[in-house]
Ligand binder design. Structure first.
Ligand code: MN
Length: 223
């Protein structure tokens, strides 16, 4: 069982979700601090499906109080033979981890769908996560709802050449969760939100209905 995540997927024990605001107001600063510390210690796995200029998946691993982030244009694959390019982007704040909706303009503008969540843990050989990230190779176990088993991120040599940002490869390691290349693709098998079951289109359509711009802004930038 994943600490902090119940079977129904309620993640309000970890970070602030819109429906947890009222409860949060009634808690003391000490309680909030304790919760934030617990969240910081927890290795959170977050995968967003993001329809920006180009559809991609944001692969995020909680570490040291932030979310280490990679943009994976083709999404993760359970087939160990399929390495997926993962462009490392800036660390993201934990507070936005569970956001699902529309970013109207600016950085990341587009529709954001919460595709998977859970926790992760480094393999014993990568227990020093910072050293592994610096060295360009991190092997880890994912305990997501969709992504499970052993995976690896490997930074490509000279990756800063053509790209502005370091390019890694995200790949499934062989284990009992791995699938053959001919097996059904997890992206097609489970395309919708792990939080609400909605499609990208449904999130986009419902976002502006019956809500003022101020409400939207408030939700976007709430804590
Ligand atoms: Mn993105």
């Amino acid at each position: 069982m994943i600490a902090g995540l119940t079977k129904s997927g309620d993640a309000s024990g970890i970070v602030s979700l819109p429906n947890s605001r009222f409860r949060r107001k009634q808690r003391t600063a000490d309680e909030i601090r304790a919760q934030n510390d617990a969240a910081a210690r927890q290795r959170l796995l977050i995968v967003k499906k993001h329809k920006a200029t180009r559809l991609h998946y944001d692969f995020r691993l909680g570490h040291n109080g932030v979310l280490k982030s990679w943009a994976v244009p083709d999404g993760p694959s359970y087939w160990p033979g399929s390495q997926r390019e993962a462009i490392q982007v800036e660390d993201h704040r934990r507070e936005y981890a569970f956001f699902e909706g529309v970013i109207p303009e600016g950085y990341g503008a587009g529709i954001v769908l919460l595709w998977d969540w859970g926790t992760w843990e480094p393999l014993e050989s990568c227990r020093d996560v910072d050293a592994s990230l610096r060295g360009g190779h991190l092997k880890f176990i994912l305990h997501g709802q969709k992504l499970k088993g052993v995976w690896a991120l490997t930074r490509m040599k000279h990756s800063a050449g053509n790209h502005q940002k370091p390019v890694w490869m995200l790949a499934k390691e062989p284990d009992s969760f791995a699938r053959r290349g001919t097996a059904k693709n997890i992206l097609e098998e489970a395309p919708n939100s792990i939080s609400t079951g909605r499609t990208l289109e449904e999130i986009g359509e419902s976002w502006y209905q019956g809500r003022s711009k101020n409400e939207l802004q408030g939700e976007l930038f709430a804590e």
